[in-house]
Design a protein around this ligand. Structure first.
Ligand code: NDP
Length: 296
């Protein structure tokens, strides 16, 4: 059996198009564009690429992008002051501080300074709490994107056995919560899990968010499982060139599963598309304009 490749790139493109339509509607109704502010501290090359790409996608979706760059040795208080001024700026609906931050900054303190209603990354403890108790808030972009791909593929997730490998605050834990809310039966696995292959073999749905290249093998999977690979790992490819692979052995998984996300082109493109979605939702909420629950 050869599994279907889940085309996250195509799904993300269609979500971005939908966001664009609603962004235009928002502009008509609110008389202003929705706006996302991205703050980058330091010169980390990967972060610079992400920030550029987020800015470009925001503008393409018909929203304003505000970019702020600060030197790596900027005092923490200057960043907190910047966030404070963005919190009070009515043109800014979403605030994203690109991580990782330089070592002298306290990430938790920085995130806690963002107004939770503008925290479109969904990292603020208030938003983590809202997700935990089922209140409206913001859900981290990557797991929400994974849930969208799963629901698109499987429809109703009720009663499905799901195994999430990884328990980070930004992927594993919120993923497990979203799957629980979608009525799946969820197991969270991590580095201390005993017999991980045996645990994964029970799953109709596998979400791998580990950061270990091609760790999940074909014989770990139940035939017909749907596999979402969040991992992004750079390994040495042919001719010494760097190559991106996921946490799942894609070739092997394709022989056993019913559907698998590739890396790249699976979960990755969803993350930015959901960020745009969250920003627009923040804008509608900020202006008190009703947005159809299933619109985005
Ligand atoms: P973290 O390093 O924060 O968490 C990794 C998790 O994997 C931990 O819970 C850890 O367990 C678990 N783990 C590590 N080794 C093993 C093992 N051998 N067996 C079982 N579990 C293990 O990573 P993130 O959640 O931030 O990211 C995970 C991956 O997803 C990375 O490759 C990252 O690059 C990628 N990523 C991709 C995104 C995208 O847009 N596509 C966005 C965010 C992340 P323990 O808690 O016990 O230490």
């Amino acid at each position: 059996m050869t599994a279907e490749k889940i085309d996250g790139k195509a799904f993300a493109a269609s979500l971005r198009e939908t966001v664009g339509r609603y962004a235009a509607e928002f502009e008509r109704k609110a008389n202003r564009k929705a706006g996302l502010a991205v703050v980058l501290v330091g010169e980390d090359p990967a972060s610079q690429v992400y920030v550029r790409s987020k800015g470009k996608s925001t503008v393409e979706a018909g929203m304003n992008s505000f970019e702020f760059r600060m030197d790596a040795d900027t005092p923490e208080q200057a960043l907190l002051d910047k966030i404070d001024s963005l919190n009070r700026d009515d043109a800014v609906d979403g605030i994203l501080v690109q991580l990782p931050l330089p070592k002298h900054m306290d990430e938790a303190k920085v995130i806690a300074t963002i107004n939770p209603d503008k925290d479109v990354d969904g990292f603020h403890v208030i938003n983590a709490g809202r997700l935990a108790v089922g209140q409206e808030g913001f859900v981290p972009c990557t797991p929400l994107g994974c849930l969208m791909l799963l629901e698109d593929r499987l429809g109703d997730l009720s009663g499905k056995e799901a195994v999430v490998i990884g328990r980070s605050n930004i992927v594993g834990k919120p993923m497990a919560q979203l799957l629980t809310d979608a009525n799946a039966t969820v197991t969270i696995a991590h580095s201390r899990t005993k017999d991980l292959p045996g645990v994964v073999r029970r799953a109709d749905i596998v979400v791998a968010a580990v950061g270990r290249p091609e760790m999940v093998k074909g014989d770990w999977l139940k035939p017909g499982a749907v596999v979402i690979d969040v991992g992004i790992n750079r390994i040495e490819g042919e001719g010494g060139k760097g190559k991106l692979v996921g946490d799942v052995d894609y070739q092997e998984a394709m022989q056993v599963a019913s559907a698998v996300t590739p890396v790249p082109g699976g979960v990755g493109p969803m993350t930015i598309a959901v960020l745009l979605r969250n920003t627009l939702v923040a804008a509608y909420r900020q202006e008190g304009i009703a947005l159809d629950k299933d619109a985005l």
